[in-house]
Structures are given as structure tokens and as C-alpha cells.
Design a protein around this ligand. Structure first.
Ligand code: MG
Ligand code: ZN
Length: 235
């Protein structure tokens, strides 16, 4: 018995959410909106490495004015997902490939946007938030496993979920993805993550939207299925 899944494929896929599955950074924009721009200074300090991401989120939520869940969702509804992401989900489901969303953002808007686009049921590992008497209340379920910089360290999730024989694909766009890079085998990057990979001489594929990723994976899956058919195995 190999480590591959029941269809014999050896891929495992991880994707960032903000700026990757969601075309824009929802977390960043929502704190900007609810703090009337005051969150920007905090984000700049995080980008400069002066504060960790947990401190960044904590301060951003303190700066945000009171809101209701209805108003929160109404704001979040203004964000689009990458139009090609649904195709990747379909491809993964039809080939039984594991696909995980890993985020240092908040489940409250990630789940809402996925549900709205008919993509509920995908596993999401992120920080958690509720709106409690108007305040955005954040908790960090994975902070004990953090590297010290991330609230939810993506490197931890790739390490714990990837089996030794699997090839891990990581897709991301920013600073919060950096810890996942050394744990993954194939990187698709844009934005600050692409910049980071260039600087560190790490091989990566540039992507603009998910169609690039899906079309890179599809031939590999077809080739694997054909190999198995040649060997007289089930497709
Ligand atoms: Mg991102
Ligand atoms: Zn980390």
C-alpha cells in the first residue's frame, strides 16, 4: 500500500485565501473599512516585522468600530473569488485530491464567501472570529504550534497534513505564506510571495489566477490515470 489516495494520485494541495482565492485581501480591507483607515499603520508595522500577525490582528480588531453580523456580511459580500477557483475544486473532487485552505485571516469571512459561491465543505484552517455584542472577538486555535511570527502558521499545517510520499502544492500571494514555502514541493506564487521566492532563490511558478494552477495539474492527473489503465488498474 502506498501513501497515495484511493485514486492513486500523490498530490496534496494547499491554498491561501486572502489575495489568492479571494482576489483582494478581505481581512485587510475590512479592518481598513471598520477602523476608517486607522488599521493601515498597524499593518505597516506587521509588514516591517515589528509585530507578529497575532498582535496585528488584535490591534486591528481593537481599532475597528462596533458592527453587527449583518453589516459585516454585507461588507464581505462585496468581494469576489478568483473565477477559476471553482474549477480547481471540481478537479480535486473528481480525482479525490485533498485541497486545504490555510489562512492567517478569519474563518468568519472565509466561510461566508465560500458558502456564497457554493464552495462550502472545503477544509479551512484559520484563526476564528465571532461578533460578540458588536465587537469582533478573535481566537487563535493553532497559536501553540506557531513559529512565533504567525497567528496560524501555514508551515505547521503543511507539515502535519502532507504524507511522506505526497507532493505538496502550495498557492499563495503574501508574507503570511512564507512559512509554508520550505514545507511544500511545488509553489505557485504572485505578489509579495513571488518577491520573497525571487529574493531567496526558491523555484516557483508565477500565476495570475487559478486557471494557471488547474491547467498545470490536469495533465499530470490524466497521465497518472492513463498509466494505471495501461497496468490494468482501475482508473
Ligand atoms: Mg494572501
Ligand atoms: Zn509561521
Amino acid at each position: 500500500m502506498t501513501e497515495s489516495n484511493r485514486n492513486g494520485h500523490d498530490l496534496i494541495i494547499f491554498s491561501d485565501f486572502d489575495g489568492t482565492i479571494a482576489r483582494r485581501d478581505v481581512g485587510n480591507r475590512l479592518f481598513h473599512y471598520f477602523s476608517e483607515g486607522k488599521s493601515e499603520e498597524v499593518v505597516a508595522r506587521w509588514k516591517a516585522g515589528e509585530i507578529d500577525s497575532r498582535e496585528c490582528l488584535r490591534r486591528e480588531s481593537e481599532l475597528a468600530r462596533d458592527t453587527t453580523l449583518e453589516e459585516f456580511y454585507e461588507f464581505v459580500d462585496g468581494f469576489d473569488l478568483d473565477p477559476g477557483f471553482g474549477d480547481l475544486v471540481t478537479l480535486c473532487r473528481s480525482h479525490d485530491l485533498p485541497l486545504y485552505i490555510v489562512s492567517d485571516g478569519l474563518d468568519l469571512y472565509i466561510r461566508h464567501l465560500l458558502d456564497r459561491h457554493g464552495l462550502d465543505g472545503l477544509p479551512v484552517f484559520s484563526n476564528r472570529a465571532i461578533i460578540d455584542e458588536g465587537r469582533l472577538n478573535i481566537t487563535w486555535p493553532y497559536s501553540d504550534q506557531s513559529c512565533g511570527q504567525c497567528g496560524n502558521c501555514k508551515g505547521y499545517h503543511v507539515r502535519r497534513l502532507k504524507k511522506p510520499a505526497q507532493t505538496a502544492i502550495y498557492i499563495g500571494d503574501g508574507r503570511s505564506d512564507v512559512c509554508a514555502v520550505p514545507e511544500a514541493d511545488i509553489i505557485f506564487a504572485k505578489g509579495d510571495l513571488a518577491e520573497h521566492c525571487r529574493k531567496e532563490n526558491i523555484d516557483f511558478f508565477v500565476f495570475d489566477d487559478f486557471s494557471t494552477v488547474t491547467e498545470a495539474i490536469r495533465p499530470r492527473l490524466i497521465a497518472e490515470s492513463e498509466n494505471r489503465a495501461t497496468r490494468g488498474e482501475m482508473p
